[in-house]
Write a protein that binds this ligand. Structure first.
Ligand SMILES: Cc1cc2nc3c(=O)[nH]c(=O)nc-3n(C[C@H](O)[C@H](O)[C@H](O)COP(=O)(O)O)c2cc1C
Length: 177
């Protein structure tokens, strides 16, 4: 399958590299769209080393297809956002398109899988819960975060699940298309 891995600015973004490698090792073609916040947490070069020419951050930049958000959505079978911040989930739930990843989501008309990852208090925030429910009610597959040690050394629900678990859920979703 051909998929887009959307990476947003959660501390769990480092796990997205392993996730990308897992898809690639199993014969899937991955393009990566990072938010600017994600690039503060993990370098685009880390992804680009394994996916040369397939890592995108900006909407408006030279030497890039000006209609990238439209063409990526045509060319790919699935959009996986992992990890998904409270912010990108809020934008997706409300049709806000102010960067490449959120604009691509608005243009995307095939299967979407979202793996939220955040501090447990953020996850319990009613606005965040509502936004996740809204996405789910529109047919978007939500991979719930798991319990464990969080970035602030507390334990709670909010961690990105293991790359293998996200990978398997995506295959299941793609199989029922
Ligand atoms: C070190 C660090 C870790 C962060 N981890 C998370 C996180 O796991 N989940 C989350 O929702 N926001 C997290 N944030 C906050 C987001 O980066 C921030 O809300 C940002 O605006 C998200 O932008 P994006 O959705 O465009 O990537 C973190 C911020 C910092 C500085």
């Amino acid at each position: 399958m051909k998929l887009i891995l959307g990476v947003s600015g959660s501390i769990g973004a480092y796990k997205a590299v392993e996730l990308m490698r897992l898809f690639q090792k199993n014969g899937h073609a991955v393009s990566v769209v990072m938010t600017r916040a994600a690039t503060q947490i993990i370098a685009p070069l880390t992804f680009a080393t394994f996916a040369p020419g397939k890592v995108f951050v900006e909407m408006f930049t030279e030497n890039q297809d000006p209609l990238l958000h439209i063409n990526l959505s045509k060319e790919n079978d699935l959009l996986l956002v992992a990890p998904a911040t409270a912010n990108i989930i809020g934008k997706m739930a409300n049709g806000i398109a102010d960067d490449l990843l959120s604009t691509l989501f608005c243009a995307f008309y095939k299967k979407v899988v979202v793996a939220p990852a955040m501090n447990s208090h953020m996850l319990e925030n009613p606005a965040v819960r509502d936004n996740i429910s809204r996405l789910q009610s529109r047919g978007i597959e939500i991979i719930e975060p798991v319990d464990g040690l969080l970035a602030n050394s507390e334990t709670g629900k909010g961690r990105l699940p293991a790359p293998e678990d996200i990978y398997r859920r995506c295959l299941d979703v793609a199989a029922v298309q």
